[in-house]
Write a protein that binds this ligand. Structure first.
Ligand code: GDP
Length: 365
């Protein structure tokens, strides 16, 4: 699962990316962290994991991870090939969701590419490039479909959809808010893999002073919230510069630092958790003396497929899953205690795994 960080130059993308990957660098279990400087593997903060690890005296605790990609270089005219634009747009096509960083901080030392701080204009600039790029995709598809549409009913239907969608984009609206008539249409559109069809989180990069009230006294942030609301997107208030400082601290120092700022959780943690949610992901847990670990699955995944995340043999030879809720287990004080109370359940191949399930899989080799 990959998220792309986009935004105009000088809005704080790299600063945000660096703090994300610095926070991630500590989990040395992921040696591929450093292969590509633009891709960072970031652990998903999850309080349950350490608690469960302590409960089992595990030697190792391994969090779930998601990938962030720093997509620099998106500028006005990118869709026309300005400044390697097309290459950056191609990078965005490969991600599952977008984190769009917008500058809401004033700092005369940091130049704005358009001369002034105006997050709505910035958002429109980037979104227009994404829209132009999508229109190009649709035009190519229209040219192809037009030929077959003459004697193929299916193709004729698709052509009609393509033209409606193109008109929608030409109105300046993203594909994500296009009203699909049928499931077929949804499937077609999903296959086009449009940039503006991807889920977006807006990260409003604010000055340190704006953190305590979550940006509500910053009118620029409020405007971003209003805009995002219309698109059904979430907004997160961060201060990239502070996040970079926080990423350098150890757990204890971090707690004190956040208290001083008047916040409970760093913006980064909130952002990572929101990204995970946005992608429809949850975690189930496995635990033992060797390792306590979180495994990422999509909401709705059944037990055998969840087991397959650990090893394909677990899926192929799946017999049953012994499942106990994380909190129930901790409340009972021991696995045996949870079992006595009937809280450890035997689940079969149709069981839909839930967030926070602690699972022991039984399987044939
Ligand atoms: P990018 O081009 O979007 O990747 O932007 P950078 O992360 O390189 O940031 C551009 C400049 O803005 C750098 O000098 C950063 O130190 C500065 N910067 C980033 N975030 C903040 C912030 O939250 N507050 C202030 N005052 N400066 C920031």
């Amino acid at each position: 699962m990959k998220l792309g960080i986009v935004g105009l130059p000088n809005v704080g993308k790299s600063t945000l990316f660096n703090s994300l990957t610095k926070a991630g660098a500590e989990s040395a279990n992921y040696p591929f962290c450093t292969i590509d400087p633009n891709v960072g593997v970031v652990p998903v903060p999850d309080e349950r994991l350490q608690l469960l690890g302590d409960f089992y005296h595990s030697k190792k605790v391994t969090p779930a991870v998601i990938e962030f990609v720093d997509i620099a270089g998106l500028v006005k005219g990118a869709s026309k090939g300005e400044g390697l634009g097309n290459q950056f747009l191609a990078n965005i096509r490969e991600v599952d969701a977008i984190v769009h960083v917008v500058r809401c901080f004033e700092d005369s030392n940091v130049v704005h590419v358009d001369g002034s701080i105006d997050p709505l204009r910035d958002i429109e600039t980037i979104n227009l490039e994404l829209i132009f790029s999508d229109i190009e995709i649709l035009e190519r598809r229209i040219a192809k479909t037009s030929k077959s549409a003459r004697n193929d009913k299916e193709a004729a239907k698709e052509l009609e959809l393509l033209q409606k969608l193109k008109a929608h984009l030409e109105d300046g609206k993203p594909a994500s808010v296009f009203a699909c008539g049928t499931e077929d249409e949804e499937e077609y559109i999903a296959n086009y893999n449009l940039l503006t069809g991807k889920p977006v989180i807006y990260a409003a990069n604010v000055a340190e002073e704006d953190l305590a009230d979550d940006g509500s006294s910053n009118s620029l942030v409020e405007k971003v919230r209003e805009y995002a609301g219309e698109q059904g997107s979430e907004v997160f208030v961060i201060c990239a510069q502070i996040e970079q400082e926080i990423a350098e601290l150890d757990e204890e120092e971090k707690k004190m630092f956040l208290e001083d700022l008047g916040i409970k959780q760093s913006g980064l943690e909130k952002l990572i958790q929101a990204s995970y949610r946005l992608l429809g992901l949850i975690s189930y847990l496995t635990s033992g003396e060797d390792e306590t670990r979180a495994w990422t699955i999509k909401v709705g995944t059944k037990a055998p497929q969840a087991a397959g995340k650990i090893h394909t043999d677990f899926e192929r030879g799946f017999i049953k899953a012994e499942v106990v809720n994380f909190q129930d287990l901790l409340d009972c004080g021991s696995y045996a205690g949870a079992r006595e109370k009937g809280l450890v359940r035997m689940e079969g191949k149709d069981y839909v795994v839930k967030d926070g399930d602690v699972i022991l899989f039984r399987f044939n080799v």
